[in-house]
Design a protein around this ligand. Structure first.
Ligand code: ZN
Length: 484
């Protein structure tokens, strides 16, 4: 097996080798808990849950850490605004997040550290940085990281200090020596949550908690650090500076970042007002468990690095696609419970599925293999080869399970009370689910080209070729496609 992962640090796909053979440590930046999880959060949760499931299926022993930011400016502001003690507020939204995870079939991480549980380590790390001349206390009592003293600063985001300086802003209550510096420890204002420290009563800045918790949970040097694309700068850049500044050794081997969720082609964020919570979405469905799996499927239909365009239409397409998979399972099994399945299917599809995922976790390609199985099941049923259909159904369920899909009762998902006539109307070609996948891939490629990520755009084209789809780029920038 040759797992390749795109490393945001080197900006290329690399052969992945764990530091300790067979074992992988992975840290993902989790939620800041002051509100309900939205689709952007759902994407981080599902993408890294998929990564961990796939690595485990390949036999790795994975230690998966995802933190909770339970103290920060936004939390304090919200708690003050609604007059709730901040610990109550965060507890409430942590519980809500755990419910959302369950509905998305996201397994709990192995460790879920909270910032407020690691204040001692955060202080210790800040002290170490101070001793090494990388941190100083400003006149206002805040402690800052001295960016110019860390030579490799900018390596992850690929920005020079001059670029950064042009964009740097200093708020009027700050006391930095240099606009590039960022805060490690904040002096507490009256009435705010606070902890004792060598610099007086205060609380941690945001970035430092992840350096403290990741190294505490996984050691000073570990395999994979992940998170949303928006965290690459400044959060992850600062994490590298803090950790490597304090330890003097390499921090993380592979940085993985998932793309944005876009709504009407704009990055989803609260400030834009286009904000879908997971509970909004599942609450609109008469079967919330099914809606949760549809969201999961929708997330995995896009490659994790590409932008994900969300709309009601895309949600409908994902639902139709998922139902197609469940319908094949249902039809393969409904007719005769007594027909045994053939032994292991020897059709190469298991290998094709693994190969897709070994290629930087290419889930759209892996899902295309699931649809190949659906067509195989339909053909087998049409030919009266019921035991073959069952074998393929077992394979479909098994491979789907690797992605955390197809874990519910088919009849429930399909809303079937009685037995439906076995239909093979989609025996070979392809109602809308496959088309939806193709459209998703074409959109992925278009955006990759727009962002000049030609490696990704070539991969998507190759994948479409494999699916028998030929693309034609028109002069006006649009793309048409046809099946060979
Ligand atoms: Zn973080």
């Amino acid at each position: 097996m040759a797992l390749q992962i795109y490393n945001s640090l080197t900006r290329k796909k690399e052969r992945f080798e764990p530091l300790v053979p067979g074992r992988i440590g992975i840290y993902v930046c989790g939620m800041t808990v002051y509100d309900y999880c939205h689709l952007g959060h759902a994407r981080v949760l599902v993408v890294f849950d998929m990564v961990v499931r796939v690595l485990r299926a390949w036999g790795y022993s994975v230690d998966y850490v995802r933190n909770i930011t339970d103290i920060d400016d936004k939390i304090i502001a919200r708690a003050t605004e609604i007059g709730e003690p901040f610990e109550h507020l965060t507890e409430r939204f942590i519980n809500a997040m755990h419910q959302d995870e369950e509905i998305l079939n996201v397994a709990p991480p192995d460790q879920e550290p909270r910032a407020t549980g690691h204040i001692a380590e955060i202080i210790e790390l800040t002290r170490k940085l101070e001793q090494r001349g990388l941190a100083y206390q400003g006149e206002n009592g805040d402690v800052y990281f001295r960016v110019r003293k860390f030579e490799a600063y900018g390596q992850l985001s690929g920005r020079s200090l001059d670029d950064l300086l042009a964009g740097a802003r200093v708020e009027k209550d700050e006391a930095k020596d240099d606009p590039l510096d960022f805060v490690l420890w904040k002096r507490a204002k009256p009435g705010e949550p606070m902890w004792n420290s060598p610099w007086g009563e205060g609380r941690p800045g945001w970035h430092i908690e992840c350096s403290a918790m990741s190294t505490r949970c996984l050691g000073e040097h570990f395999d994979i650090h992940g998170g949303g694309m928006d965290l690459r700068f400044p959060h992850h850049e600062n994490e590298i500076a803090q950790t490597e500044g304090a330890t003097g050794c390499r921090f993380v081997n592979t940085w993985m970042h998932n793309g944005f969720v876009q709504l009407h082609e704009e990055k989803m964020s609260k400030s834009l007002g286009n904000f879908f919570t997971i509970r909004d979405l599942v609450g609109q469905d008469d079967d919330p468990a099914r809606a949760g799996e549809v969201i999961r499927f929708l997330v995995l239909l896009s490659h994790y690095r590409s932008p994900l365009n969300f709309s009601a239409e895309v949600m409908d397409q994902a639902r139709a696609g998922l139902e197609r998979l469940y319908s094949a399972l249902f039809r393969a099994r409904e007719r005769s419970d007594t027909t045994p399945a053939d032994p292991e299917a020897d059709n190469g599809l298991g290998e094709a599925f693994d190969k897709a995922l070994e290629d930087d976790f290419n889930t759209p390609s892996a899902i295309a293999v699931l649809f190949d199985l659906v067509r195989g099941i339909n053909r087998a049923l049409e030919a009266g080869a019921e035991s073959e259909a069952k074998t393929l159904a077992n394979q479909l369920e098994h491979l789907g399970g690797r992605l955390g899909l197809l874990y519910q009762e088919p009849a429930t998902i399909l809303g079937i009370g009685g037995v439906r006539e076995g239909s093979t109307e989609d025996a070979d070609t392809t109602p809308s689910d496959k088309d939806a996948l193709i459209e998703t891939l074409i959109e992925t490629r278009r955006r990759a080209r727009q962002e000049k990520d030609f490696q990704l755009s070539d991969e998507v084209r190759a994948q479409l070729e494999e699916m028998g789809v030929t693309l034609e780029d028109r002069p006006d920038g649009s793309t048409s496609w046809r099946r060979r």
